[in-house]
Write a protein that binds this ligand. Structure first.
Ligand code: AMP
Length: 123
C-alpha cells in the first residue's frame, strides 16, 4: 500500500497467513480473530480484516463486507466465550490520537468483567 507512506504491513498479516502462531478463534474468507497477546480483560480478542487496511481512515466502500463481518464474528465469539449475556465492549482505535499501535485495523472484543467508564474525561 505505497499510497500510505510510513505504513507497512504488520505482524497481523503473518498471523492471518499462519506464518507466526496465535491463539486463533475464527478464520473465514474475510476476517480472522485471535486472542490478544497482552490481555486487558478476562476475554480480550482481536478481530481483523484479512485484507491489510492500515486504519479506519483508509477504509473504502468495497471494505464494507469485511467490516460487517467483524461485527457478526464478534457477536459469535462473545457468545462462545460466555460473555454475551452480561455484555462487552468493542473498540477500534484509529491513528495516534486514537492510540492505535498496530497499523492493521483490528477490533478489540473486551469482556468477562465490567469494562468501566468509556474514557478518562479530558474536558
Ligand atoms: P492497538 O493499541 O489498538 O493498536 O492494539 C494493539 C493490540 O495488539 C494490543 O492490545 C497488543 O497487545 C496486541 N498485539 C500485538 N502483537 C500481538 C500478537 N503477536 N498477537 C496478539 N496480539 C498482539
Amino acid at each position: 500500500m505505497s499510497d500510505y507512506p510510513g505504513y507497512e504491513e504488520t505482524i497481523f498479516s503473518k498471523i492471518i497467513s499462519g506464518e507466526i502462531p496465535s491463539t486463533l478463534l475464527h478464520q473465514d474468507d474475510l476476517v480472522t480473530a485471535f486472542r490478544d497477546i497482552n490481555p486487558a480483560m478476562p476475554t480480550h480478542v482481536l478481530i481483523v480484516p484479512n485484507k491489510w487496511i492500515p486504519t479506519i481512515d483508509h477504509v473504502e466502500t468495497e471494505d464494507e463486507p469485511a467490516l460487517g463481518r467483524m461485527i457478526t464474528v464478534a457477536r459469535k465469539i462473545a457468545r462462545d466465550e460466555g460473555i454475551a449475556e452480561d455484555g462487552y465492549r468493542l473498540i477500534i482505535n484509529c491513528k495516534e490520537h486514537g492510540h492505535q499501535e498496530v497499523m492493521h485495523i483490528h477490533m478489540h472484543l473486551l469482556g468477562g468483567d465490567r469494562v468501566g467508564p468509556m474514557l478518562i474525561r479530558k474536558k
